[in-house]
Ligand binder design. Structure first.
Ligand code: NAG
Ligand code: NAG
Ligand code: NAG
Ligand code: NAG
Ligand code: NAG
Ligand code: NAG
Ligand code: NAG
Ligand code: NAG
Ligand code: NAG
Ligand code: NAG
Ligand code: NAG
Ligand code: NAG
Length: 827
C-alpha cells in the first residue's frame, strides 16, 4: 500500500498526470486501494493485442510482467479505471502487424489511439462490441478491408478517424446508429459507392471528411430532413477529390452552422443553388474543377463571413452581379477558367482585405476597374486570357508582371511591348479627330455658309479638344495620387494569414461518460468529453476552489482545466444556471469559460483558455534574476486588470477574490482576470473559506474581516493592492515590519521617502517616468483607503490610469538631450 501511495506521490511530484486518474479515482485517501490490478480478462486481451503487433521500437517492452503493472502506469500507453483498461494510446510508435480482434474483450475501452503507425490488416469488427467506446483514432496507417458496419453499434462513439489508410468498400449506413458521432473522418482511402443518406440525418455530426476516395453518385439531398427540432451542427463538409456527380443540393442551406464546404475535383454539374447564400457562417467554399454551369448567384453577396471562394475550372457564365463589396472578409477570390463575361465588377475594389484575385481564362471585357488599384494587400493578381481592353491602371502594371495581363488583345501599358498608342493614357481622343479628315475631303470649294459652318465646327472641335485635355489631366492627376498611396502602402507579407479561420461552435452539448455531461460555450476549439478526459494534464496550481491543470488535447490544442473541490459547489441545477451565465461573459481582460463538465460521480470541471505566461504572481515574484519587467508592461497589466474589473462591476458581478494568482497573462502579457463569478457556483461555506484564505494573502479590505461580504469596494481595495504589488515588486503576502503592503507603502510615503517604495529596476527610469510612478502610487493608495466610501469606483480608477498612461509615451521618447535611454527589454 505504501508503495502505491508513494507512486502516486511521485507522479504528482513530476507534475504529470492524467486528468482521468483524478477524475475517476474515488476521492480522499483510499486511492491506492481501489482495483489497480488489471482484471484477468483485460490482461489476456492486452496480451493477445501485443502478440499480433510488430514492435519495431521496443515500446511494448514495458508490457513484460504478469499484468501487475498494466494499470499502475508501467505499461506504456495503457490507462485503467478500477482495473479495467479504458484507453490504449500508442500513436507515433512505428507499430506494425495488425490490431487483434481480442480488443473487443476490453469492455471498458473508451479510447483507441494508434494513429501514425504502420499497422496493416483490417479494422477489427469487434470494436462494435465495445459499449463505452468514444474515440477511435487509427489514421495514418496501412489498414485495409472495409469500414466495419458493426461500429454503428457503439452508442457513445464521438470520433471515428480512419483517414489515410487503404480501406475499400462502401461507407456503412449503419454508422448513423452511433448517434453521438461528431467527427467522422474517412478521407484518403479508396472507399467507393454512394454517400449514405443516413449521414444527412445526424444532428450530432459536426465534421464530415470523406475527401480523396473513390466515392461516386450524387451528394445526398436530404440534409437536415430529420426531426426539425434538431439543430444540425455540421460545420465542416469535405467531399473533394472523389467521383461525385449530380448537382449541389439546395438542402445544404439547412445546415446553418456550416463554415467550410469543399466539393472541388469531382464531376458535379448543374447550377449553384441560390439558397447557398443563406449560409451566413460560411467562410470557405471550394467548388473548383467540376462541371458547374449557370451564373454566379447574386445571393452570394449575403455570405458575409466568406473568406475564400474558389470556383475555378467550371462552366459558369454571364456577368458577375454587383454587391460583392459586402463580402468584407473575403481574401481569396478565384474565378479562373470559366465563361464569365461582362465587366470586372468595380465593387471588387471595395473588398479591402483581398490578397488573391484570379479572373484569368474567362471572357471578361471592358477596362480593368481603377478601383482595383486601391487593394493594398493584393499580392496575387491574374486577369490573363480575357477580352479586356484599354490601359492597365499604372499601379497594377507596376506591381504585377506581364503574365498577369497577357492574352488580352486590346489591353495595353503593362509591358514595354504593349504601349498604349501615344503617351500612355488615351491622349488620342478617339472620335473627334477621326471626323475631321472626313470633312477635309470636300474642302476645295466652300461658300460663306460653309465657312461659317467650318468656323463653328473648328470652334466646336477646339472646345472638344480642350474638354478632352482637361479630362485627361484630371484623370491623370487622380490616378497619380492613387499611385502614390499605393506605392507607399505596405503589401501583405504573409499570404497565409487572412485565410485562416478556426471553427467554433456555440452551446454544443455532448454526453460524455454515462451520466456525464459536457456543455460548451463559444470558443476556438471544439472537443468532446472524451478528448478532455483523455487529455494529457499537468498540474498548474491549487487554490481554495480546486486544482488547475494544463490539458493538451489530441490535436495539440491547450486548455486550462479547473477541477472544483468536492462538496463546495451548489446543487447541479443551480450550478448549471450560474455556469451558463459565466460562460456568456466575454471580455479581452477576463478569462473566458469555454465549457464545463459534470461527471457521473459529481466531479465538476471548468475549461478555460490556457494562458501561456502563467499568473501575475509567478511573473512578478518567480522570475529569473536577469528578467526585467519594464514600466509599460506593468502599466499595461494594471490597465488590463482595471478594464476587466470595470466590465464585471458593470455586469453587477463582484469578484471577491482578486489576487495576483488570479491574474493570468497571455503571450502578449495582457492581463486576464480568472475565477470571476466562481463564488456564484459555490456554497456559502466555501465562499467564507475563500475570503478567509484571501485574508492571509493580503488582498482583503479591512471591513471584510467583520462583514464577510465582498462588494465592489472590497474589489477596488484588492485592485489597489495589485497596483502596489506592480509598483513595488513586493508580494502582499509577506508582511514588512508587521505591516501589510498598503500600510508599509503609506508609512514610507508619509516620511517623504517615496522613491524607496518602487521596485528597484523601475528606479533606472525615474528621470523619465518619475511622475507617472508617483501618480499611479497616489491612485493605488486612494484605492486602499481604509474607509470603503472614500475609495473610487473601478471606472474612475480606469479613467485615471488612462490619463496617466499617454504621458508615458511622450515621457519615454522625449529623453533629454544626450541622456541615455535605458533599454526596454520586456523579458
Ligand atoms: C519490465 O520493464 C520495465 C521497464 O522497461 C523494467 O523496469 C522492469 O524491470 C521489467 N520487469 C521485468 C520483470 O522484466
Ligand atoms: C498519410 O500518411 C503518410 C504516412 O503514413 C504520410 O506521409 C502522409 O503525409 C499522410 N497523408 C495525409 C494526407 O495526411
Ligand atoms: C481528416 O483526415 C485527413 C488525413 O488524415 C487530415 O488531413 C484532415 O485534416 C482531417 N480532417 C478533419 C476535418 O479532421
Ligand atoms: C442500425 O442501422 C441500420 C441501417 O441504417 C438499421 O436498419 C438498424 O435498425 C439500426 N440498428 C439499430 C440498433 O438502431
Ligand atoms: C477508383 O476507381 C477507379 C475506377 O472506377 C479505379 O481505376 C481507381 O484505381 C480507383 N482508385 C482508387 C484509389 O482506388
Ligand atoms: C418540436 O416540434 C414540435 C412540432 O413539430 C413542437 O410542437 C415542439 O414544441 C417542438 N419542441 C421543441 C423543444 O422545440
Ligand atoms: C447546365 O448544363 C445542363 C447539362 O449538363 C443543362 O441541362 C442545363 O440547361 C445547363 N444550365 C444552364 C443554366 O446553363
Ligand atoms: C440576402 O438576405 C436577405 C435577408 O435574408 C434577403 O432579403 C435578400 O433577398 C438576400 N439577397 C440576395 C441577393 O439573395
Ligand atoms: C470578419 O472577420 C473578423 C475577424 O476575423 C470577425 O471578427 C468578423 O466576425 C468577421 N465578419 C463576419 C461577418 O463574419
Ligand atoms: C464557354 O462558352 C462557349 C460558348 O460561348 C463554349 O464553346 C465553351 O465550351 C464554354 N467554355 C467552357 C469552359 O465551358
Ligand atoms: C466603394 O469604394 C468607393 C471608393 O473607393 C466608394 O466611393 C464607394 O462608396 C464604395 N462603395 C460601396 C458600396 O461601399
Ligand atoms: C492587409 O494585410 C495586413 C497584414 O497581413 C493586415 O494586417 C491588414 O489588416 C490587411 N488589410 C486589410 C484592409 O485587410
Amino acid at each position: 500500500m505504501f508503495m502505491e501511495n508513494k507512486l502516486l506521490f511521485v507522479i504528482h511530484a513530476l507534475l504529470f498526470l492524467q486528468l482521468l486518474i483524478v477524475a475517476y479515482q474515488p476521492v480522499s485517501g483510499q486511492r491506492g486501494n481501489d482495483g489497480v490490478i488489471v482484471t484477468q480478462s483485460d490482461y489476456q486481451a492486452l496480451r493477445a493485442f501485443k502478440r499480433e503487433l510488430v514492435d519495431f521500437t521496443g515500446v511494448l517492452r514495458s508490457w513484460n510482467d504478469s499484468g501487475h503493472g498494466a494499470c499502475l502506469g508501467w505499461w506504456a500507453g495503457i490507462k485503467c479505471v478500477n482495473g479495467q483498461v479504458i484507453a490504449i494510446q500508442l500513436p507515433w510508435k512505428r507499430l506494425g502487424g495488425r490490431i487483434s480482434e481480442k480488443i473487443g474483450q476490453l469492455q471498458a475501452l473508451r479510447k483507441l489511439s494508434l494513429h501514425d503507425n504502420v499497422l496493416a490488416g483490417p479494422v477489427p469488427l469487434s470494436l462494435g462490441f465495445l459499449p463505452n467506446l468514444r474515440g477511435v483514432y487509427l489514421f495514418n496507417n496501412r489498414l485495409s478491408g472495409s469500414v466495419p458496419p458493426s461500429i454503428g453499434n457503439c452508442p457513445l462513439l464521438q470520433t471515428l478517424d480512419l483517414s489515410n489508410n487503404s480501406l475499400t468498400g462502401t461507407i456503412p449506413s449503419s454508422l448513423a446508429n452511433s448517434t453521438k458521432l461528431y467527427r467522422l473522418n474517412l478521407s484518403f482511402n479508396s472507399l467507393s459507392g454512394f454517400i449514405p443518406t443516413s449521414l444527412t440525418k445526424f444532428p450530432s455530426l459536426t465534421i464530415l471528411a470523406l475527401q480523396h476516395n473513390n466515392l461516386s453518385g450524387p451528394i445526398p439531398s436530404t440534409w437536415g430532413a430529420g426531426n426539425r427540432n434538431h439543430s444540425y451542427k455540421l460545420t465542416i463538409l469535405t467531399l473533394d477529390n472523389n467521383l461525385i456527380s449530380g448537382t449541389i443540393p439546395s438542402s445544404l442551406s439547412k445546415l446553418g452552422f456550416l463554415e467550410e464546404i469543399y466539393l472541388n475535383n469531382n464531376q458535379i454539374s448543374g447550377t449553384i443553388p441560390d439558397e447557398i447564400g443563406e449560409l451566413t457562417r460560411l467562410q470557405k467554399l471550394d467548388l473548383s474543377n467540376n462541371a458547374i454551369n449557370g451564373s454566379f448567384p447574386s445571393s452570394f453577396s449575403n455570405l458575409s463571413s466568406l473568406v475564400s471562394l474558389n470556383l475555378e475550372g467550371n462552366r459558369l457564365n454571364n456577368q458577375i452581379p454587383g454587391g460583392l463589396e459586402r463580402l468584407q472578409n473575403l481574401s481569396v477570390l478565384n474565378l479562373k477558367k470559366n465563361n464569365f463575361s461582362g465587366h470586372i465588377p468595380a465593387s471588387v475594389g471595395n473588398i479591402s482585405g483581398i490578397y488573391q484575385l484570379d479572373l484569368s481564362e474567362n471572357k471578361f471585357s471592358g477596362k480593368i476597374p481603377a478601383s482595383l488599384s486601391s487593394l493594398d494587400n493584393l499580392t496575387s493578381f491574374n486577369v490573363s486570357h480575357n477580352n479586356l481592353s484599354g490601359p492597365v491602371p499604372s499601379l497594377l502594371s507596376k506591381k504585377f508582371n506581364s503574365s498577369s495581363f497577357a492574352g488580352n488583345l486590346q489591353l495595353c501599358g503593362y509591358s514595354a511591348s504593349t504601349p498604349c498608342s501615344s503617351p500612355p493614357p488615351q491622349i488620342l481622343p478617339s472620335s473627334p479627330p477621326a471626323e475631321q479628315p472626313l470633312k477635309k475631303k470636300h474642302h476645295h470649294k466652300f461658300s460663306t455658309k460653309d465657312k461659317i459652318l467650318i468656323a463653328a465646327g473648328a470652334l466646336l472641335a477646339v472646345l472638344l479638344l480642350l474638354c478632352c485635355i482637361l479630362l485627361v489631366c484630371l484623370v491623370r492627376k487622380r490616378s497619380a495620387s492613387k499611385g502614390m498611396n499605393g506605392t507607399t502602402a505596405k503589401q501583405a507579407a504573409d499570404a497565409g494569414i487572412a485565410a485562416k479561420a478556426v471553427p467554433s461552435s456555440a452551446g454544443v452539448e455532448y454526453g460524455g461518460e454515462a451520466g456525464g455531461k459536457l456543455v460548451h460555450f463559444d470558443g476556438p476549439f471544439v472537443f468532446t468529453a472524451d478528448d478532455l478526459l483523455c487529455a494529457t494534464a499537468e498540474i498548474m496550481g491549487k487554490s481554495t476552489y480546486g486544482t488547475a491543470y494544463k490539458a493538451t488535447l489530441e490535436e495539440g490544442n491547450e486548455v486550462a482545466v479547473k477541477r472544483l473541490r468536492e462538496k463546495t459547489t451548489k446543487g447541479q441545477k443551480e450550478f448549471e444556471t450560474e455556469a451558463a451565465a459565466i460562460g456568456k461573459i466575454r471580455h479581452p481582460n477576463l478569462l473566458a469559460l469555454r465549457a464545463y463538465y459534470l461527471g457521473p460521480k459529481g466531479e465538476k470541471l471548468l475549461v478555460f483558455d490556457y494562458m501561456s505566461k502563467g499568473s501575475l504572481a509567478s511573473f512578478l515574484h518567480a522570475r529569473g534574476p536577469d528578467t526585467i519587467i519594464d514600466w509599460p508592461t506593468r502599466m499595461n497589466i494594471a490597465i488590463g486588470i482595471t478594464r476587466g474589473l470595470c466590465y464585471l462591476h458593470n455586469e453587477n458581478i463582484v469578484h471577491g477574490n482578486l489576487t495576483s494568482s488570479n491574474i493570468l497573462l497571455d503571450e502578449q502579457t495582457n492581463a486576464h482576470i480568472a475565477d470571476f463569478g466562481l463564488s456564484r457556483l459555490m456554497t456559502a461555506a466555501a465562499n467564507t473559506t475563500v475570503i478567509a484564505t484571501a485574508g492571509t494573502l493580503g488582498y482583503n479590505a479591512p471591513e471584510l474581516s467583520k462583514s464577510k461580504k465582498a462588494t465592489t469596494k472590497t474589489d477596488v481595495y484588492s485592485l489597489g493592492v495589485l497596483i502596489l504589488e506592480l509598483l513595488t515588486g513586493k508580494s502582499p503576502g509577506e508582511p514588512m515590519n508587521s505591516m501589510d503592503l498598503p500600510q508599509w507603502v503609506a508609512s514610507i510615503v508619509k516620511e517623504e521617502w517615496t522613491n524607496e517604495v518602487f521596485d528597484l529596476e523601475l528606479m533606472r527610469d525615474v528621470p523619465t517616468i518619475g511622475d507617472l510612478l508617483l501618480n499611479t502610487l497616489k491612485l493605488a493608495l486612494h484605492c486602499v483607503d481604509p474607509a470603503p466610501a472614500a475609495r473610487p469606483e473601478a471606472q474612475q480608477v480606469l479613467q485615471q490610469l488612462e490619463e496617466i498612461k499617454p504621458d508615458q509615451a511622450t515621457g519615454g521618447s522625449a529623453a533629454e538631450g544626450g541622456a541615455e535611454v535605458p533599454p526596454q527589454e520586456a523579458e
